[in-house]
Design a protein around this ligand. Structure first.
Ligand SMILES: Nc1nc2c(ncn2[C@@H]2O[C@H](COP(=O)(O)OP(=O)(O)O)[C@@H](O)[C@H]2O)c(=O)[nH]1
Ligand SMILES: [Mg+2]
Length: 443
């Protein structure tokens, strides 16, 4: 008992001694330890400036010169601040004006928003056919195209309409685009019934298709749109100066970064037409299209190229159409090809047969058949790395590494390519290319 009392007295004495030493050193401005206490209080002050967003030690915003802040000791404090930043309390978290750049962040190979990619640009433009009422749907598409690609390339964007674009459409779309925007009105001769069309016959067709519930079957404007996209958009005055186009429709999505220039890719690799999705056309809308095509092939055998991809379009050497087509709401293509005598003869032949109005021929099979017959196989390109959605189909690139490298956010299970209703597998067979690794898992 006496032993433990002695131990207690020693402990008490030690505590008293420590308290005395502490008071002596804390009350003195000089002497050992003062440097540490000063630094500690400065650090606290520094933290205060992060939390309160005020004071001479406030941190420069990201991108600004950190030397523009306070004194010469600003930088070491900045580092400490950024390290302590995760300890912010809820009450202080809404003062971000002094938040320092994250020292752990890494730079990406994709140019950050607002920075342009080096290198030459092609003579190319985006092109969109739209109504004023499409403004918010096309805005969504533009934002995606800009974020995923064009913020770094700043290509022009041509908007075409059968009516005048209104102020809102122009204001909103030009604010969203990084390149030059141009707005064109379509000539009435390119958007309307040609004089050789029997209006009464066309009206009866629409009534009949309405009754049979064929999608857009009763629509006049949809037919004008399909005919315009088939035969005229590339001849519009605003489009004349370009060699390449990329078609963009309202409400599409792009799921991956595009870290190179697809226009330049097309030019460098001698491509003329491209696609991301392919499928079978709704046969009720094109019952006599292939008859018209056969008539064209007979009238203009000089336009049919030797090394074509007829096998993509027909299973019997051209006797009948298998209804495979590239989905034309996405296209990157060559305008000079569309303006060539071969394509214009083809369009004129089809137009004369009247199927844009007596049936409901879509521009997708019209473009696809032209590409299949009048381009060499190797001039058609499948962009596996451009991930795309237009209701109701998704092209999500096959190949996990590709998706990770390009920051894709599509679910590979949604990929349509290897589905039985897609014609993309057939395209691979025709061009004798092996299917991308991992395709079996997506079937
Ligand atoms: N100016 C104009 N554009 C149209 C008209 N109808 C369709 N479009 C555009 O033509 C493209 C195809 O039309 P959309 O409604 O997307 O057809 P879908 O994709 O086949 O269902 C889109 O870019 C539309 O904005 C129209 O009457 N006038
Ligand atoms: Mg559409």
């Amino acid at each position: 008992m006496a032993g433990s009392q002695r131990v207690f007295r020693y402990v008490l004495l030690a505590v008293v001694a420590l308290v005395v030493i502490f008071f002596v050193s804390a009350s003195s401005g000089v002497g050992p330890g003062s440097g540490y206490t000063q630094k500690a209080s400065e650090l606290l002050k520094g933290q205060g400036s992060v939390y309160e967003g005020s004071g001479s030690n406030s941190v420069p915003a990201a991108g600004q010169d950190s030397k523009a802040g306070s004194g010469s000791n600003a930088n070491p404090i900045d580092v400490v601040k950024s390290v302590v930043a995760p300890q912010h309390t809820a009450a202080s978290s809404n003062t971000h004006d002094t938040t320092s750049p994250n020292p752990l962040s890494t730079t990406s190979s994709n140019p950050p928003l607002g920075q342009t990619a080096p290198g030459p640009r092609m003579n190319a433009t985006f092109v969109t056919l739209a109504r004023n009422s499409d403004v918010w749907e096309i805005s969504r598409s533009i934002r995606q195209v800009e974020d995923r690609f064009n913020h770094a390339y700043n290509y022009d964007w041509v908007f075409l309409n059968d009516a005048d674009f209104d102020e809102t459409f122009v204001k909103v779309t030009s604010a969203l685009t990084s390149g030059r925007t141009r707005y064109g009105k379509i000539d009435s001769e390119h958007w309307g019934f040609p004089d050789f069309i029997d209006q009464e016959k066309a009206r009866k067709v629409r009534e009949d298709m309405h009754e049979r519930k064929i999608i857009y079957g009763d629509s006049v404007s949809y037919r004008h749109m399909c005919r315009y996209e088939s035969g005229f958009f590339f001849r519009h005055k605003l489009m004349q100066e370009y060699e390449w186009y990329w078609r963009v429709e309202p409400s599409i999505e792009l799921f991956c970064d595009i870290k190179y220039d697809p226009f330049k890719f097309m030019a460098d690799n001698k491509k003329k037409y491209s696609f991301v999705l392919s499928l079978y056309e709704y046969v009720e809308t094109i019952p006599t299209l292939w008859d018209s095509v056969k008539g064209f092939m007979k009238a203009h055998p000089e336009h049919i190229v030797a090394d074509n991809s007829l096998a993509f379009l027909s299973d019997d050497g051209g006797e009948s159409y298998n209804h495979c087509h590239f989905w034309s709401n996405f296209e990157v293509g060559n305008l000079d090809w569309l303006r060539s005598p071969a394509y214009v003869d083809y369009f004129n032949h089809l137009d004369r047969d009247g199927g844009f109005f007596y049936e409901r021929w879509g521009d997708a099979p019209v473009h696809s058949i032209a590409a299949g017959l009048m381009l060499k196989k190797e001039e058609i390109h499948f962009f596996n790395d451009i991930a795309y959605y237009h209701v109701p189909f998704t092209h999500c690139p096959t190949g996990e590494q590709l998706r990770l490298d390009n920051k894709c956010h599509c679910n590979p299970k949604d990929n349509f390519d290897w589905n039985g209703y897609s014609c993309t597998k057939r395209f691979f067979e025709v061009i004798k290319m092996s299917l991308p690794e991992g395709y079996e898992k997506e079937q």
